[in-house]
Design a protein. Structure first.
Length: 103
């Protein structure tokens, strides 16, 4: 009976030890999940910031292009308007004279 009692005691201690090991494994797993989540959040934030910087650089480089393109278009339009005005002023008298001659 004493040996049986000692065997039961050994089994209970082994069960307690196994339970402790399982609990530690669960805590380890939970901690690893928390660490992984934290790391993933950090990586996502870093990626987001990198893409934001990329976008701002892209935007800045193309904003200048838009302004310079607009300036060039404005300049070209002004030149064309001056050419049309000059042509009108040079030819209006001749056109009026031709029209009057036909009447």
């Amino acid at each position: 009976a004493g040996q049986q009692s000692q065997g039961i005691q050994t089994l209970l201690e082994a069960e307690k030890e196994a339970s402790k090991i399982v609990q530690q494994a669960r805590q380890y797993r939970v901690q690893k999940l928390k660490d992984a989540r934290t790391e993933a959040t950090k990586e996502i934030e870093e990626y987001k910031q990198a893409k934001e910087r990329e976008f701002k650089a892209f935007e800045a480089s193309h904003a200048g292009t838009t302004v310079s393109t607009q300036t060039a278009v404005d300049r070209e339009t002004e030149i064309k308007l001056q050419e049309i005005t000059k042509s009108y002023n040079e030819n209006k008298d001749a056109v009026v004279k031709k029209l009057l001659d036909r009447v």
